[in-house]
Ligand binder design. Structure first.
Ligand code: ZN
Length: 413
């Protein structure tokens, strides 16, 4: 039976660290309550000479490129900490409820907008300080910890500096660069670096867990460049494949200034449409829920005051939704840019005659033609233009301006 770490693709070193820490954490609990926790497990208990707690700490940061499985790792570790056997067996109620997101002592924070605010963080820190109801650990997982506002980061830092004895914070961020995680938070956390999993490992998990045909899995794993979730979507979702095809048709279309600007518009509009589709359902559901909660249509004394409060809440909701839509748009655009970068990387490796497999097998012929026309230098300039565009958007340059500049370079070289 696969345990909770089974889906952590190609991350043997990180998994070893986390298993060790989970065992150490279980030892801490046994030392505190020899009778209550871990009874009946005398065989795994009492390894002489092991300091209970060595290898376990209260704050962790999982780093790695998008798709490497930061949040998968954090959740698996949380399950192992809540596991009745301290191993992450995958079968006990502690493992099961953590993995399905229903464990009472595991909170997952997923920022909906561009950043996690201070109010949200304060409430979370407060609740995290309470005694775990299941008798093990109180765990807070913060996805995209790089999207904390400064004030929220400070609220979190206070909790990490003086952690309640049974509270564990699991942060996920692209890297430990000061832009992503403040130096002070970083200094209080243990870092678990994850790497970009090799395509073969991604393909293997798509076949084993998702039942995808091996040839489709291999193609999707290569095209997704080590991003497990993206590979799964490409393998399963025809719309995701169509969007990718449209992006990879861009290089062929760049025949002049007008065409380059048209391509920029098309790319931006496609990202907007994709983002709109992805948030529309959640937006409508939230608005309906809020209106029901506020009892829309009330009259009489007090109703006017209630309506003023309601207007404020509705405005709040709209603000959150707008911020979420902006993020969805940026994420969609970024996925397109990653696909495009893969194409120019293929052209570059072909021009260099490097013995590596292409990212996009289905556009390999076009990349080969590009390699002959541009040489290595021209391919590199184009690859750099795509990477610069991503960096510019990340640094808040208006997407249209960044994408237009990129398209012009992709055309001219
Ligand atoms: Zn378990």
């Amino acid at each position: 039976m696969p345990d909770v770490f089974a889906d952590l693709v190609g991350q043997d070193e990180a998994v070893a660290t986390l298993r060790h820490a989970a065992a150490a954490a279980a030892a801490v609990l046994r030392a505190a309550h020899p009778a209550a926790v871990g009874s009946g497990q005398a065989e795994v208990e009492g390894q002489p000479g092991v300091d209970p707690g060595a290898g376990m700490t209260h704050a962790w940061i999982f780093t790695g490129p998008p798709g490497s499985g930061r949040s998968v790792a954090a959740r698996a570790f949380a399950a192992a900490l809540q596991c009745a056997y301290g191993t992450g067996c995958g079968e006990c109620p502690g493992c099961h409820t953590t993995m399905t997101g229903t464990h009472a002592d595991v909170r997952l924070v997923v920022p909906e907008g561009l950043s996690i605010g201070v109010g949200e963080m304060r409430a979370l820190v407060l609740r995290a300080a309470s005694t775990p109801s299941g008798g093990r650990w109180q765990i807070v997982i913060i996805e995209d910890a790089d999207r904390l506002t400064e004030a929220a980061g400070n609220a979190l830092l206070k909790a990490i500096e003086e952690p309640p004895p049974r509270t564990v914070f699991l942060l996920c961020a692209p890297s430990t660069h000061p832009d992503d995680v403040s130096v002070t938070i970083r200094s209080r956390c243990r870092v678990v670096p994850l790497r970009q999993p090799p395509a073969a490992a991604v393909a293997e998990v798509l076949v084993r867990r998702d039942g995808i045909a091996p040839d489709v899995a291999q193609w999707a794993a290569a095209a997704a460049q080590g991003h497990v979730g993206r590979a799964r979507r490409l393998a399963r979702d025809p719309e995701a494949r169509q969007r990718r095809d449209a992006v990879l048709a861009v290089p062929r279309r760049l025949t002049g200034v007008g065409a380059a600007l048209d391509a920029a518009s098309a790319l931006i509009e496609a990202a907007e449409a994709e983002a709109e589709a992805s948030v529309a359902e959640a937006d409508a559901a939230e608005r309906a829920a809020l209106q029901t909660a506020l009892g829309a249509g009330g009259t009489g004394r007090g109703a006017a005051g209630a309506m003023r409060g309601a207007a404020g809440q509705l405005k709040d909701l709209e603000k959150r939704q707008k911020s979420r839509a902006t993020r969805a748009q940026r994420d969609a655009l970024d996925r397109a840019l990653v696909d495009l970068a893969g194409f120019y990387r293929d052209a570059l490796t072909m021009a260099l005659r490097a013995p590596v497999a292409p990212v996009h097998t289905d556009t390999a012929a076009m990349a080969e033609a590009g390699a002959q026309k541009w040489d290595a230098e021209g391919a590199l300039r184009r690859l750099e233009a795509v990477l610069e565009c991503r960096a510019a958007i990340e640094a808040n340059v208006k997407p249209r301006i960044a994408v237009e500049a990129m398209m012009l370079t992709l055309w001219k070289g």
